[in-house]
Design a protein around this ligand. Structure first.
Ligand code: CIZ
Ligand code: SF4
Length: 303
């Protein structure tokens, strides 16, 4: 079967199963191309909640499909590759968060959506890389606990200096591996390009960026900025979406391109099997779901 035939077969199977296919901005290009919607984790979860379809095939990593299930409990949520996890989300467990909260009684907990449902359930409010500074500012306090990403926490504290942020020492291995030298080499090769970097990168990398943005922020910035060329300091698969969002512009990745093995583990063949069988499914216990939903809804109300 050619790629086009496989994609056509997946689309037909999705239609016959009343399933919608969602793909994260970091998914393989051929998986993005078969999806009904491509976006960031929160945008996709909101799409999952709003769709009329009965089943959601979520091409992403486990915490993303869980967030969709938290927002859309009545729907079948399928994760094509159950082993697609997020090492950063695994860097804090619910018992670890309980112990950390006990050390800082009374401090609100802000948790990045890259976390398990159990951790979200112990959280006051969630945030994404697109809204983290607003979420922290909205609490109106002078100290917060922030989990699990220390790099995102560091960037937020530079944006919201009036709040002391106590950060859990988690990180994304894919973004942590990016070095300032890689960015400087890309800048030297493409001196007219604007540098867009993701806040999961180390502070020494973010210091070199013209703009620090989430994936959805990069897609908007690339389309609206007067710059003609961009150096993209995040997972390489976003290049596919950027080229689609602004085909008249030029995008450069780093050498070597940053690649998340968890995102890459969802192949088109696995999507096909998942759509055909509506398996494997992601479930969240109802008590955990309700508590996690409160933290996610509080974030959504902030914007
Ligand atoms: O929230 C997301 O989708 C992630 C992990 C990254 C981003 O910036 O969109
Ligand atoms: Fe997790 Fe990083 Fe992969 Fe995103 S890119 S899923 S944060 S490991």
């Amino acid at each position: 079967m050619t790629l086009e035939e496989t994609q056509k077969a997946i689309r037909a199977s999705a239609a016959s199963h009343d399933a919608v296919i969602l793909a994260h901005n970091y998914q393989r290009p051929e998986v993005q191309d078969v999806a009904d919607f491509v976006g960031d984790s929160l945008g996709l979860s909101r799409t999952a909640a709003d769709t009329d379809a009965q089943a959601i095939v979520f091409c992403g990593v486990h915490f993303m499909a869980e967030t969709a299930k938290i927002l859309a409990p009545g729907k079948t949520v399928v994760l094509p590759e159950m082993k697609a996890g997020c090492p950063m989300a695994d860097m804090i467990t619910a018992p670890q968060l309980v112990a950390w909260k006990e050390r800082y009684p009374g401090l609100p907990v802000v948790t990045y959506v890259n976390s398990s449902a159990e951790v979200k359930a112990l959280t006051d409010v969630c945030c994404t890389s697109a809204n983290a500074p607003q979420v922290v500012r909205s609490l109106g306090v002078d100290r917060v606990l922030f989990a699990p990403d220390r790099n995102l926490a560091h960037w937020v504290s530079s944006r919201v200096p009036e709040v002391e942020i106590i950060a859990w020492p988690g990180f994304c291995p894919t973004h942590e591996r990016i070095t300032p030298e890689q960015v400087l080499a890309a800048r030297a090769a493409h001196p007219d390009a604007a540098v867009m970097a993701h806040p999961e990168c180390r502070p020494s990398v973010l210091d070199l960026a013209d703009a620090v943005l989430s994936t959805s922020g990069m897609l908007r910035y690339a389309a609206s900025s007067p710059a003609r060329e961009f150096i993209v300091v995040t997972e390489e698969a976003l290049m596919h979406g950027l080229c689609r969002a602004a085909p008249e512009k030029t995008f450069w990745t780093l050498d070597p391109p940053p690649a998340c093995p968890n995102m890459k583990s969802t192949t088109l063949e696995k999507v096909r099997a998942a759509v055909d069988r509506l398996e494997p499914r992601v479930e969240v216990p109802e008590d955990v779901r309700r508590a996690a939903l409160a933290a996610v809804e509080r974030m959504i109300a902030i914007g």
